[in-house]
Design a protein around this ligand. Structure first.
Ligand code: SF4
Length: 225
């Protein structure tokens, strides 16, 4: 129900135009495919204990396949790590009907439509925040840990935490860093992780071992290991 409502959102004119134009023009290598070209709901069981929070869908990844982190290099790295951690049933995510299933884990993004240059505007982040908050409310009963992929997701967490849990963020707000961990009483533990972008993984700033450490710690904090 919520997923269907998210997929039918047209609230940000710039992003609606962008996601639609990308879906019409397409990348040459995908020209025979029908692009999704709409907002992306979250993925994973509604009783997840671990949430992974990303920035926004990729133009030719999620915006093409209709599933978050699916069909691009970022997803290749992320789902391989989730598989190694036992949180996914297969190491790849290539299309919405490829049989991938997550265990104990739900993935969503702070902004649900692909933005130009992967950079949503502050007002687009704020306009999209209610979708994130509603999804958070739904998984709140079982949620124990949130892994924020990058500084944008880290910053988006605080207002969502206040909306879903009625808890104010610490002052000053904890800074994002890879492996940073913040425990606010009454809220899920927040873990920082460098984003799985090509920029980070191709340069070695984020390695598979670093991802394994973060997801291993998330499992322990969630009571899964
Ligand atoms: S970014 Fe969010 S609020 Fe804006 S159109 Fe997409 S789904 Fe709607």
């Amino acid at each position: 129900m919520l997923d269907a409502r998210i997929a039918d959102c047209f609230a940000c004119p710039r992003l609606v135009e962008w996601r639609t134009s990308i879906a019409e023009v397409k990348r040459a290598s995908f020209r025979d495919q029908e692009y999704w070209g709409r907002p992306l709901p979250g993925m994973g069981p509604p009783d997840a204990s671990i949430a992974i929070l990303g920035l926004a869908p990729a133009a030719h990844g999620g915006n093409r396949t209709g599933r978050i982190f699916t069909g691009d290099r970022s997803g290749d790295v992320l789902f391989a790590a989730l598989y190694r951690a036992g949180l996914a049933n297969q190491p790849t995510s290539v299309s919405a009907d490829d049989g991938l299933a997550l265990r104990h884990t739900r993935i969503f993004a702070a902004v649900r439509c692909a933005p130009p240059d992967n950079k949503p505007l502050p007002e687009e982040r704020d306009t999209c925040a209610p979708w994130f908050q509603r999804e958070l409310q739904l998984i709140r009963p079982t949620l124990r840990v949130v892994v924020a992929l990058g500084a944008f997701a880290w910053a988006a967490w605080w207002p969502a935490m206040t909306a879903a849990y009625g808890i104010r963020p610490p002052v000053p707000r904890p800074k994002f860093g890879h492996s940073a961990q913040v425990s606010v009483p009454g809220a899920p533990v927040l873990l920082g992780c460098f984003h799985v972008s090509q920029q980070n993984t191709f340069t070695g700033r984020l390695t598979p071992a670093m991802l394994d450490e973060v997801f291993g710690r998330a499992k322990v904090l969630a009571g899964l290991a």
